[in-house]
Design a protein around this ligand. Structure first.
Ligand code: NAI
Length: 496
C-alpha cells in the first residue's frame, strides 16, 4: 500500500519536542502507517549556514513535489536581512488563506469558559499581500516607507476559499473585518471583493465590521462570530487576540491553504524560554495536525484523536501553561502519553466529535497539475485608463511654501499645474494649518492644466516633468494619477 508523502520540518526551539510528541500520538492512532514523513531542512540551522532564505534547494523541491508540509515553529533571525521563513513559505508557495480555528476546550479555563460563553470561531487571514510584502525603503533622513499591496485577484483567492470553507462547515454568517473607512482603496478593495464573492453563497449571511470595533466585540461577545475574513496584518493581530479568548497560543492551530501547496503549523513561535525543557504544550500542533488529517480526508482518525484529546483535557490532563492547578503538571511527552491512553474514549462534559462509520479512511490529496511557469492571475476586465497627472515624492527639508514656489516655477512651461503639497498624507499647501508639523519628505501633486486632455500619452509627459523636478530636488519616487473607466485611481490628501 503506497503512503501519502508529507514534508516534515520539526522547526526550532520547542519545535522538535512538540513535533516528536505529536507524531507519537499519530503513530499510536494508526495514522502514521498511511503517511511517509520526508524531513526537509528549514529554519535556524539553514540560516546559520549562511542561507538567507532559510531553506535548502532540496527542501524547496520536496515541498513542490509533495504539496503538503507539516511544520514546527521556526526562528526568525533578529536584525540583518534574513526574512521570516514562516512568511517566506506561505508567500513562495502561494498558500493564500491562513485558517485559524479557536474553540473552547474543556479543562482550559478562561474568563469565557467560567462564564459559560462557548467560543467556536474561524479566522481566515489573507496570507500573501498587505504590508507582508515587506517592501520597505528609506526615503529621506527621517522617513521610512512600507508599501501596502492589495490586489483584486489576491482578494478573490482568499474570499472564495473562505466562503467555500464556511459552506463546508455549515456556517450561518461570515464577516469581513477591515479598515475601509480610512484606507478606502486598499481595504475598500478587500471589502468589495468579499461582497462580490458572497453573491455565490446566498444561503450564508454576510456582514462587515471595522477591525477596531471587531476587537472590542470579540472581547465583549465573542460568541457572535463564526468566521471572520481579514487582510494579512489585521488578521495576524486579531487571530492572536482570539487565541487569548480560548486560553492562549498553546491552543491555536492553523492551516495555510493554497491551490497546490498547503502548510500546517501552530500559531505560536519557538518559545525559546521553554526550549529543551520538555515542558511545552503540544496541543496547538496536535490540533494543526488534525486540520491536516481532515484536509487529506482522514476524518475517522482525526475524530478519534480529537475525542481522546478532549477526554484528557476534561480529566485535568495539562502542561504547565494552563489548567486546574490542583492537578499535576505533565511534561510534553507525558501529556501526549495521557492522550494516547484515552484513544477510543469520548468526552462526557462536552459534545464528542462524530466518528465517521465504515472502513478506515485512507489519505487522499489531489492537486491541479504543476504549472509550466509562474502564473499571472488577473481579473481581466478591459478597463480604460487615462493619465491625469502625477504625484512626485521629494526628500527635502524646505518649508511647504518654499516647496510650492519651487514646484510652480518648475511646471510653468509644462502641461501641468501644481495642485497640492502634502506631508505625511496631510495637505499643507495651498490650504492647511500652521499647526501641521512637517517632516523632510513631501508629496507634490500635479494635474493637467485646463485645455490638456487626459490620455495614454500622459506618462511620457509625467516623466519629462519628473526629470525637470529631479534637476533641482532629490526625487524619491513618483506615482501616476490615473482614472480607470472614469473613476479616480488615487486618494485625496487629508484635508484636501
Ligand atoms: P512565542 O509564540 O514563541 O512565545 C510567546 C509566549 O508564549 C512565550 O511566553 C512562550 O513561552 C509561550 N508559548 C508559545 N508556545 C507555547 C507552547 N506550545 N506551550 C507553552 N507556552 C508557549 O513568540 P515569540 O517569543 O514572539 O517568538 C519566538 C520566536 O518564534 C521568534 O523567532 C519568532 O520569529 C518565531 N515565531 C515563529 C512562528 C512560526 O513558526 N509560525 C510564529 C511566531 C513566532
Amino acid at each position: 500500500m503506497s503512503k501519502l508523502k508529507i514534508a516534515l520540518a520539526k522547526g526550532d526551539g520547542i519545535g522538535p519536542e512538540i513535533m516528536d510528541a505529536t507524531l507519537e500520538l499519530f503513530a499510536a492512532a494508526g495514522v502514521s502507517k498511511h503517511l511517509e514523513y520526508i524531513p526537509v531542512e528549514m529554519g535556524k540551522s539553514v540560516f546559520d549556514a549562511g542561507n538567507s532564505r532559510g531553506m535548502t534547494e532540496a527542501a524547496v523541491k520536496t515541498v513542490e513535489d509533495v504539496g503538503l508540509v507539516f511544520k514546527g515553529p521556526m526562528e526568525t533571525p533578529k536584525g540583518g536581512g534574513g526574512k521570516s521563513i514562516n512568511v517566506t513559505l506561505r508567500k513562495m508557495f502561494n498558500a493564500f488563506a491562513n485558517v485559524r480555528t479557536f474553540k473552547t476546550l474543556p479543562g482550559v479555563h478562561t474568563v469565557y469558559s467560567r462564564a459559560g460563553v462557548p467560543i467556536d470561531m474561524t479566522i481566515v487571514r489573507e496570507n500573501i499581500e498587505d504590508t507582508y510584502g515587506g517592501v520597505e525603503h528609506r526615503l529621506s533622513n527621517d522617513m521610512i516607507q512600507c508599501k501596502r499591496l492589495i490586489s483584486a485577484p489576491g482578494c478573490d483567492e482568499v474570499h472564495r476559499f473562505a466562503w467555500q470553507h464556511a459552506r463546508k462547515l455549515g456556517l450561518k454568517k461570515v464577516f469581513c473585518g477591515h479598515k475601509a473607512n480610512i484606507m478606502k482603496m486598499t481595504d475598500g478593495l478587500f471589502l468589495d471583493r468579499f461582497k462580490a464573492a458572497a453573491r455565490d453563497f446566498p444561503e450564508i449571511e454576510s456582514a462587515d465590521v471595522i477591525v477596531d470595533a471587531l476587537c472590542m466585540n470579540l472581547v465583549i461577545r465573542p460568541q457572535q462570530y463564526q468566521m471572520v475574513v481579514l487582510p494579512n496584518l489585521q488578521g495576524d493581530i486579531v487571530s492572536d487576540l482570539c487565541a487569548g479568548l480560548v486560553g492562549g497560543l498553546g491552543f491555536a492551530p492553523s492551516a495555510n491553504i493554497g491551490k497546490h501547496i498547503c502548510l500546517f503549523e501552530a500559531v505560536h513561535g519557538t518559545a525559546p524560554d521553554l526550549a529543551g525543557k520538555g515542558i511545552a504544550n503540544p496541543t496547538a500542533l496536535i490540533l494543526s495536525g488534525l486540520m491536516m488529517l481532515r484536509h487529506i480526508g482522514m476524518l475517522q482518525q482525526a475524530a478519534v484523536i480529537e475525542n481522546a484529546l478532549l477526554t484528557a483535557l476534561e480529566q485535568g490532563v495539562r502542561t504547565g501553561d494552563f489548567g486546574d492547578t490542583s492537578k499535576p503538571v505533565l511534561g510534553t511527552r507525558q501529556y501526549v502519553q495521557a492522550i494516547v491512553e484515552r484513544l477510543g474514549s469520548k468526552p462526557s462534559s462536552v459534545a464528542s466529535v462524530a466518528v465517521p462509520e465504515g472502513p478506515e479512511t485512507l489519505p487522499v490529496f489531489s492537486r491541479p497539475p504543476r504549472p509550466l511557469s509562474q502564473q499571472v492571475i488577473r481579473t481581466f476586465s478591459n478597463v480604460v485608463r487615462h493619465v491625469v497627472g502625477c504625484d512626485i515624492y521629494l526628500d527635502t527639508p524646505l518649508s511647504p511654501v518654499s516647496v510650492a514656489e519651487e514646484m510652480q516655477r518648475i511646471c510653468e512651461d509644462t502641461p501641468f499645474r501644481l495642485l497640492l503639497v502634502s506631508n505625511r498624507g496631510t495637505q499643507v499647501w495651498p490650504t492647511g494649518s500652521v499647526y501641521t508639523e512637517c517632516v523632510d519628505y513631501y508629496r507634490v501633486r500635479f494635474e493637467l492644466k485646463d485645455g490638456h486632455r487626459p490620455g495614454d500619452f500622459g506618462q511620457a509627459r509625467c516623466v519629462a516633468l519628473l526629470d525637470k523636478v529631479a534637476e533641482k530636488f532629490q526625487v524619491c519616487s513618483y506615482e501616476l494619477l490615473r482614472v480607470f473607466d472614469g473613476v479616480k485611481g488615487y486618494s485625496l490628501a487629508q484635508g484636501q
